[in-house]
Design a protein around this ligand. Structure first.
Ligand SMILES: [Zn+2]
Length: 128
């Protein structure tokens, strides 16, 4: 079975690696993909750990986990990335995340901003 994030690797060889090492990815896209997979398995700890401390929605953690469990995740589509490589300290990932909610297909379309701090990528929020 392919990883939740839609690569051709298995979950064990893909996002689980980052779920186990607390989000130490090489690229912003890997972090974004692993965060999508964390939504699929409703891993709230990982979502908080990989969210930059300046914007981390700690108080909403329970609600986020509850919501992530309540929907059926369909697939992730990465549309575009800027920077975000091993040699960068910032980057963006634009994506569509499809899910079923109350019997309807819905999609989150977002251009996310990522920053690297202490050699680790973090999700900052919507890119401006
Ligand atoms: Zn993956």
């Amino acid at each position: 079975m392919n990883c939740h994030c839609g690569t051709t690797k298995t979950y064990q060889d893909c996002c689980e690696v980052f779920h186990r090492n607390n989000g130490k990815t090489e690229t912003a896209e890997q972090l974004m993909r692993s965060r999508y997979s964390a939504f699929v398995i409703a891993d709230g700890d990982y979502l908080m750990a990989t969210h930059h401390s300046s914007t981390r929605p700690t108080k909403e953690k329970k609600a986020i986990v509850k919501w992530a469990k309540s929907v059926q995740w369909i697939r992730l589509e990465v549309l575009e990335t800027t920077k975000g490589t091993e040699n960068d300290t910032e980057g963006t990932v634009t994506f569509n995340a499809y899910f079923f909610e109350n019997g309807n297909v819905d999609v989150i379309h977002e251009k996310s901003a990522f920053v690297k701090e202490n050699e680790q990528w973090f999700y900052l929020g919507l890119s401006r």
